[in-house]
Design a protein around this ligand. Structure first.
Ligand code: HSE
Length: 299
């Protein structure tokens, strides 16, 4: 039996809309074995509302790989132990895509490299910023160029704690993308481009004081505030509690903050308090950064 363990991810990191992300130590675990007929089962903390049918993302990813290899599907029995909260901006759909690709590739004899799987996962997801850290771990930067992915690892972000709050309501990524304008002003483009430079430098050099500016954004966060009540106050609260910076995680509603070592829990609890005052149920975490990316092992 194969276990594919895929980390949750936080995309955007503020200014890095659709191009930056990091992996955290919260996992969806897929146990997979060849079987007479294909079957997908869901267990764990988050089973409600997830499609387990043949059109779910795990199977769609697996089928894409078999099509590319021009091989008939291998019937697989797969169980997902779901610990990544879905539709919260933590890359749960990417875990299914990456899980399906890695499992299908394994049982096909590992013909494709991890980078080839990144390109396939990006085609399925439409943007690479969750699937890249899910596959490689750590902090990642990606760019789409002539239909291909340019991938750079920005390292493991040592000496940084995370604070993560996960509200008890969902935001559909499609809806959160549909509200974004097609066109942005030159001033906003320059604002974000300059801050992606700062974010990159912050992670490459461990110069985390740059995260205050690097997590500022004009392309998506303010535009999504209507879907994520209290967002401005949450970002302010993280700063008040000494975080280097904070950002909407993916398309939300989770929020991530970058903190000094050991400070993640206090910042997360402080941010959670902001939402609890608004009557919103929320869970506070201080997860470590996952540096391994998705892993496979025989169990
Ligand atoms: N970069 C994407 C977005 C991530 O913000 O829409 C979605 O998980």
């Amino acid at each position: 039996m194969l276990e594919v363990k895929v980390p949750a991810t936080s995309a955007n990191l503020g200014a890095g809309f659709d191009c930056m992300g990091l992996a955290v130590k919260i996992y969806n675990r897929f146990t997979v074995a060849p079987a007479a007929t294909a079957k997908f089962t869901l267990t764990g903390d988050y089973t409600a509302g997830i499609d387990t049918g043949e059109d779910n993302l795990f199977w769609r990813a697996a089928r894409k790989l078999w099509n590319r290899l021009e091989r008939p599907p291998t019937p697989l029995q797969a169980t997902c132990d779901a610990q990544v909260p879905p539709a919260r901006g933590l890359g749960s759909s990417s875990t299914a895509v990456v899980g399906g690709l890695l499992a299908a590739n394994h049982f096909a004899g590992e013909p494709l490299t991890r980078f080839e799987l990144l390109e396939m996962a990006t085609e399925i997801e439409g943007h690479p910023d969750n699937v890249a850290p899910a596959l490689y771990g750590g902090v990642t930067l990606t760019a789409m160029r002539e239909g291909s992915v340019v991938f750079r690892s920005l390292g493991r972000a040592p000496a940084l704690s995370l604070a993560l709050i996960v509200p008890d309501y969902t935001v559909e990524t499609g809806k959160a993308r549909a509200i974004l304008p097609e066109l942005v002003s030159r001033a906003d483009a320059v604002f974000n481009a300059s801050r992606v430079g700062l974010l990159t430098d912050a992670f490459l050099r461990g110069e985390y004081s740059l995260l205050r500016a690097g997590t500022e954004d004009r392309l998506h966060q303010r535009q999504r505030a209507g879907l994520t009540p209290g967002l401005e106050d949450l970002l302010d609260k993280a700063g008040t509690l000494g975080a280097y910076g904070a950002a909407l995680s993916g398309s939300g509603p989770a929020v991530i903050a970058f903190c000094r070592p050991g400070a993640g829990k206090e910042v997360a609890e402080g941010m959670a308090g902001v939402l609890r005052k608004l009557g919103i149920n929320v869970r506070a975490f201080a997860p470590e950064i996952d540096v391994a990316g998705a892993t496979l092992r025989q169990i």
